[in-house]
Design a protein around this ligand. Structure first.
Ligand SMILES: Nc1ncnc2c1ncn2[C@@H]1O[C@H](COP(=O)(O)OP(=O)(O)O)[C@@H](O)[C@H]1O
Ligand SMILES: [Mg+2]
Length: 264
């Protein structure tokens, strides 16, 4: 059965997109069929995957998750088959649904739609789900209706936490949304794990990890992601860290294996 995982934290710049991409490719390298969904109007995951129009049209005319969400609530072009929104990235050998800035409008429109938290869930047909072992959703840095859609659709969430000062700011709010979703629409939504990112040798980093251990105990991943410039290089080259022989690639591959163990 297809497992759907949201990578969420309403803080920006904590490593959500880097985690979505590299866990996605890490799971591919474990032989899994993976679909990445970019659910952030900033479309950083799409950029990471080199989403450009190869036919010369402006990128914003290609089908993206925003067109899909708008179609689902009866705005814009009619929805035909979800599969038409899926692209394949050769370099990283992975399928994905890109995003674009118009997703910010979808967020507004959704606020007034009926059963607005379940729009994405209703989009993912049985036929689509049967084609994948994992769907990874890269969430936007906010606590709005798009995040709700991601959580309601998911079996589990991963929370990347930047191991720096203020790491805990806002985590309480994310937790309360998580609990609300569990109490209402998705009782079996699971916290797969909390992942420390951008870990370095500072005392601030050490303190955050100690506090995360105390707070999350076995929900903390055994692997941590260190801070390294390879992360940005990988984004610029549109190529996953897992395809290089380096520390971050090894760490993301280890996280992917932990996910496989935690999701059985
Ligand atoms: N482990 C890391 N070490 C150093 N830089 C990182 C690491 N992970 C991510 N980055 C960089 O930090 C920035 C924010 O990461 P990103 O994954 O886009 O976060 P988010 O999706 O939460 O906003 C990006 O420029 C990214 O390349
Ligand atoms: Mg991001």
């Amino acid at each position: 059965m297809c497992k759907i995982i949201s990578i969420a934290n309403q803080k920006g710049g904590v490593g959500k997109t880097t985690t979505a991409m590299n866990v996605g490719v890490g799971l591919r390298l474990e032989g899994k069929r993976v679909l990445l969904i970019d659910l952030d109007p900033q479309a950083n995951l799409s950029t990471y995957l080199g989403f450009t129009d190869d036919e010369g049209d402006p990128v914003d005319e290609l089908p993206t998750i925003s067109h899909l969400m708008m179609a689902a609530i009866g705005q814009g072009k009619k929805l035909t088959n979800v599969k038409e929104y899926i692209r394949h990235n050769e370099l990283n050998d992975i399928d994905y649904i890109p995003s674009d800035i118009n997703l910010a409008n979808a967020d507004c429109y959704l606020a007034g739609a009926l059963s607005r938290e379940t729009v994405l869930k209703r989009m993912l047909s049985e036929e689509l789900l049967s084609g994948y072992d994992f769907i990874i959703i890269d969430c936007l840095p906010s606590l709005g209706v798009l995040l709700m859609n991601a959580l309601v659709t998911s079996n589990g969430i991963i929370i990347p936490v930047q191991a720096q000062k203020f790491a805990f700011d806002g985590l309480g709010m994310l937790n309360s949304i998580f609990e609300q979703v569990r109490a209402t629409l998705k009782p079996d939504l699971k916290l797969i794990g909390v992942l420390p990112t951008m870990v370095d040798h500072t005392n601030a980093s050490k303190r955050v990890i100690e506090k995360l251990k105390e707070t999350y105990t076995d929900k903390l991943f055994n692997t941590v992601i260190h801070r390294a410039t390879e992360a940005t290089e990988s984004t610029n080259k549109h190529r996953s860290l897992c395809l290089y022989k380096n520390r971050l690639g090894e760490e993301y591959r280890a996280v992917s294996c932990e996910i496989l163990h935690r999701m059985v």
